[in-house]
Design a protein around this ligand. Structure first.
Ligand code: ADP
Ligand code: MG
Length: 223
């Protein structure tokens, strides 16, 4: 049976309500999927490098390595018929602005590539990624992920998700001239405080920095 690797990236994990909502909507959209293993970890540098090795050399590669290490990620494996393509459909297009408004990236993504989650893009890559995460992160597929995910949803679903639109607006304002970065970073950090009960201001400031960092890529390239 086909498997795929789902990783909630730091923007979804730190915003606990977003993580819970994303899991809940994935369970609803893919009711036949089996969830195997469930892990919250800080991604070590060597795993980040290997996970994103296919993007090595691209202009956004350094940002990717930085972003996935901003805060913890949540990893799980979904199993089911045609699950690779179906999970990607639920997530939506890579860039938040291109993702359909009712996809998870369209609803909860912040901007550009700050897009909630990673999902394997084809079955052969899924196999490689799952093997990597088993080896390097001790993702344990014998553990029932369903129960752990439901516990996560129950714990965090009430956490407010109130800042998405405001942070998007701040990013747009920043991208008009790319000036006053520190001020925009503090404004985003302030908004994140309400949504991220588990993290300290300095850590949220790192997330805000990475969000603006994705905008900076936009300035520096012809994306
Ligand atoms: P996906 O996550 O949809 O499979 P890719 O594998 O192409 O997309 O890229 C991996 C991740 O890198 C994306 O999810 C996104 O976070 C980031 N990314 C990709 N392309 C860009 C870009 N042009 N600018 C900024 N970030 C990007
Ligand atoms: Mg990809």
């Amino acid at each position: 049976m086909e498997q795929t690797l789902l990783i909630l990236k730091p923007d979804a994990t730190m915003r606990r309500g977003v993580g819970a909502a994303v899991f809940e909507q994935i369970l609803n959209a893919l009711p036949d999927a089996k969830m195997k293993g469930f892990l919250e970890i800080a991604v070590p540098f060597h795993l980040a490098e290997k996970h994103y090795a296919v993007h090595e050399g691209k202009f956004f590669y350094p940002w990717l390595l930085q972003f996935i290490q901003v805060g913890n990620v949540l990893a799980t494996v979904l199993e089911g018929e045609d699950i690779v393509a179906r999970l990607r459909e639920v997530l939506g297009a890579t860039f938040v602005e291109k993702a359909s408004p009712d996809s998870l990236r369209g609803k909860y993504g912040i901007v550009g590539g700050v897009n909630v989650a990673h999902a394997s893009d084809e079955p052969a890559n899924a196999e490689k990624e799952i093997a990597l995460w088993q080896k390097e992160a001790q993702l344990d597929l014998s553990q029932d992920g369903f129960e752990a995910i439901n516990a996560y949803i129950a714990k965090w679903l009430e956490t407010p998700i109130v800042a998405t639109e405001q942070i998007r607006q701040i990013c747009q304002d920043y991208a008009r001239e790319y000036l006053n970065r520190d001020i925009y970073q503090s404004e985003i950090t302030e908004l994140l405080i309400e949504e991220c009960p588990d993290w300290m201001e300095a850590e949220l400031s790192t997330l805000a920095n990475a969000i603006l960092g994705n905008m900076d890529l936009d300035r520096d390239s012809d994306r």
